[in-house]
Design a protein. Structure first.
Length: 407
């Protein structure tokens, strides 16, 4: 008789666990609270579906920061190259973008997801939609469903319920209390790859909302990187900000304040700026003079007026200093419900090498509900795939060693 395994969560981690299980001959049931699976996966595909990254593996694994060791234990079993091969086998050819990121040639998530689901269904995976997990009752999983309460008692369980970002797509974090009641340590969720709140003036906010700030260098502590980001009505967001977000977030949490520093003219030295700004201004306004001499206009000039005092504006050397190191104070992160991903989750010390909870034998965990984070660039998806695959394989190995059903 086939062993029965319930997977709760139909994102990339849960679906990859299902794939690993069907190859092991298990009966697999996937439960998800949403009307269809892969909602966040499809949302990621709206911007092209950045599957993974093409940089050398040795550099790739460093992107997981403090949790590199824990994540690499699973990445080595399903590398970025393995992910590209897997997608190709499902009919999705990929290409490497100019930044090294890997995308499907169709630049969409839906064709890959459709092919994947068809393969899983053809191999016997059962999908149960609109089934909202409510925890355990007398050893059974309990779900709210359109047909009322549903109970099931599988031989093993894989939890792939996501973190705390984008709850409207299914990742609500309700599972935290049920695991904590069982003695499992869950680290508090925090925004990751997030924007930040800035107390813009009303004039600046209304005039420059949605404007990109290009070709700048952002610095904070040991972080220094060139790129671009976007001004929002309430603050800043975009790739360059996301890259520094974990450091900025941790500083805000630790001290209540943080400020990023911008070099608005990374291709010009301070001396070159002073020389250009020192040219005779004549009857031109200071705004026109800055635009004429150093090429600034629009939002970059707006930033200077926002944070440089009137007196410093009249001092060429201090103005040049501000252009090379403009300090922008941050007051908070963007709400976790609206950020790309979250940090926090199940502490890795609660899991064995197969991602099984030590305190709840037969229950495995994968994906964003584990305590790790990574920058954008394909690192998030790759780790979700890898941990999901290993959770599936771990469940099979455990079932082969333990015949009794979960109590």
């Amino acid at each position: 008789m086939k062993k029965s395994i319930a997977i709760i969560g139909g994102g990339p981690a849960g679906l990859m666990a299902a794939e690993a299980l069907i190859h092991g001959g298990a009966q697999v049931d996937v439960y998800d609270s949403m009307p269809s699976v892969g909602r966040k996966f499809l949302m990621a595909g709206k911007s092209g579906l950045n599957l993974t990254h093409s940089e050398p593996y040795e550099k790739f694994v460093t992107r997981y920061g403090a949790k590199q060791k824990e994540i690499e234990a699973h990445l080595k079993n399903f590398t970025p190259d393995d992910l590209i091969t897997w997608a190709k086998e499902l009919g999705t050819e990929t290409f490497v973008g100019t930044s090294g990121r890997v995308f499907p040639k169709e630049m969409k998530a839906s064709p890959l997801l459709r092919a994947w689901l068809k393969q899983l269904q053809n191999n016997g995976v059962n999908f149960h939609m609109r089934h909202n997990w409510k925890g355990w009752q007398d050893g059974s999983l309990v779900f709210d469903s359109p047909d009322g309460e549903v109970k099931t008692k599988p031989d093993a369980v894989i939890l792939a319920l996501g973190g705390a970002s984008w709850p409207k797509l299914g990742s609500r974090g309700e599972w935290v209390s049920w695991l904590e009641q069982a003695g499992v340590k869950v680290e508090a969720f925090r925004p990751s790859n997030c924007g930040f709140i800035v107390n813009w003036s009303k004039h600046f906010s209304e005039k420059f909302h949605g404007h990109p700030i290009k070709s700048v260098v952002l610095s904070f502590e040991d972080f220094k990187q060139q790129g671009e980001f976007i001004v929002t009505k309430t603050g800043v967001e975009g790739s360059l900000v996301y890259a520094a977000s974990s450091r900025l977030r941790d500083a805000l949490l630790a001290t209540g304040s943080a400020a990023l520093t911008l070099d608005l003219a990374p291709d010009s030295s301070r001396e070159k700026l002073i020389a250009a700004l020192s040219r005779p201004r004549g009857s031109r306004s200071m705004t026109s003079h800055i635009e004429k001499t150093i090429g600034f206009k629009g939002v970059k000039i707006g930033l200077l007026y926002e944070f440089v005092s009137k007196d410093d504006f009249g001092n060429i050397e201090k103005l040049a200093d501000a252009i090379k190191a403009l300090r922008i104070p941050l007051t908070a992160t963007s709400p976790i419900e609206k950020v790309i991903s979250s940090a926090g989750g199940i502490n890795f010390k609660e899991l064995d090498s197969n991602l099984m909870l030590k305190k709840i034998p037969g229950v495995f965990c994968a994906g964003e509900m584990l305590d790790w984070e990574a920058p954008t660039g394909g690192y998030l998806l790759t780790a979700c795939f890898a941990t999901g695959r290993d959770a599936g394989k771990g469940a099979l190995a455990w079932l082969n060693e333990n015949a009794p059903r979960l109590a």
